[in-house]
Design a protein around this ligand. Sequence first.
Ligand SMILES: *[C@@H]1O[C@H](CO)[C@@H](O)[C@H](O)[C@H]1NC(C)=O
Ligand SMILES: *[C@@H]1O[C@H](CO)[C@@H](O)[C@H](O)[C@H]1NC(C)=O
Ligand SMILES: *[C@@H]1O[C@H](CO)[C@@H](O)[C@H](O)[C@H]1NC(C)=O
Ligand SMILES: *[C@@H]1O[C@H](CO)[C@@H](O)[C@H](O)[C@H]1NC(C)=O
Ligand SMILES: *[C@@H]1O[C@H](CO)[C@@H](O)[C@H](O)[C@H]1NC(C)=O
Ligand SMILES: *[C@@H]1O[C@H](CO)[C@@H](O)[C@H](O)[C@H]1NC(C)=O
Length: 311
Amino acid sequence: MGVHLLSPPPFLRLFLFSFITLCLIPQHALAGITRHYKFEIKLQNVTRLCHTKSIITVNGQFPGPRIIAREGDQLLIKVVNHVQNNISIHWHGIRQLRSGWADGPAYVTQCPIQTGNSYVYNFTITGQRGTLFWHAHISWLRSTIYGPLIILPKRGVPYPFTKPYKEVPIIFGEWWNADPEVIISQALQTGGGPNVSDAYTINGLPGPLYNCSTKDAFKLKVRPGKTYLLRLINAALNDELFFSIANHTLKVVEADAVYVKPFETRTILIAPGQTTNSNQLSSMILHRSLWCPNRASRNKNFLIVIEVRLT
Ligand SMILES: *[C@@H]1O[C@H](CO)[C@@H](O)[C@H](O)[C@H]1NC(C)=O
Ligand SMILES: *[C@@H]1O[C@H](CO)[C@@H](O)[C@H](O)[C@H]1NC(C)=O
Ligand SMILES: *[C@@H]1O[C@H](CO)[C@@H](O)[C@H](O)[C@H]1NC(C)=O
Ligand SMILES: *[C@@H]1O[C@H](CO)[C@@H](O)[C@H](O)[C@H]1NC(C)=O
Ligand SMILES: *[C@@H]1O[C@H](CO)[C@@H](O)[C@H](O)[C@H]1NC(C)=O
Ligand SMILES: *[C@@H]1O[C@H](CO)[C@@H](O)[C@H](O)[C@H]1NC(C)=O
């Protein structure tokens, strides 16, 4: 009889185990929700560096719309192709556990979505949280078709670092005055390197260091003493970029949807999403503001810089 006290019969053990498990796991952490997005691939006239041209966009936006989900959520993204080009979209950095057909590289995991057709990408975000991005994955259409993919922790789970006052995606890209599809096809014909872009962009804007671009600068108004989470994404075609903010220190808290042991730096190197096996495809940066609290230092402008350095 004493044996039963120490070791309950199997059905009771199972019951006790389930009961204890259910009590330990909060309900909200059990399952994610399904989030629906619709991506209309269409042309949009955009002007940069005094050149107006028709570019291929998602929903007419450049850069494209943000996808925001929580770890554990299922995403259903319907992509409808209204342009003459074939298209496919890659969810860069998503592990795609048992959902390889949703990965996106054209002719690798799917045939491209042809003119007038659509495709629903269906995947669940498992064991990842932080900043990733999505982009076109055929030819060079990724030069204009890209946007942030933000994965928040599960509901009720805090960040393992200071709660930011605000979160801001900062997505780097490149702008060509010419048609990027012509640039890449010329490069493939000659075997030479593709022509370098006319500008690097932050959130689609070249900034004041280029000709005819003063008004096309990304400006972030910040409050002194507050902490901002900058979600940095390198969506440039092939270039590794260096990022810094004048007179500020950055604290890196995450890279490629994995939290890292935080470290501080003045400049970070961020490689293009296109490079495989890089652990710096995209990073989430906790920017600890070093703005002085005295009045004299307020209303100053600090330059946010991205640049290519020959290494
Ligand atoms: C872009 O501009 C051209 C010339 O003004 C115009 O014909 C065309 O309809 C515009 N395209 C879009 C998508 O607005
Ligand atoms: C578009 O995709 C279809 C199916 O893969 C292919 O037959 C066709 O040649 C492609 N068109 C272009 C312009 O690449
Ligand atoms: C998405 O994928 C899941 C898992 O394979 C499947 O159960 C579900 O039916 C799919 N949903 C749609 C709308 O395709
Ligand atoms: C690329 O650069 C070469 C050399 O400057 C130029 O002749 C060519 O027109 C450029 N291609 C495009 C598409 O602008
Ligand atoms: C801006 O234009 C001037 C005059 O055309 C030229 O000399 C200069 O190199 C240009 N600067 C940049 C950054 O393109
Ligand atoms: C940044 O620091 C340098 C040297 O410490 C100083 O000369 C410059 O004025 C500072 N810039 C701003 C915007 O405060």
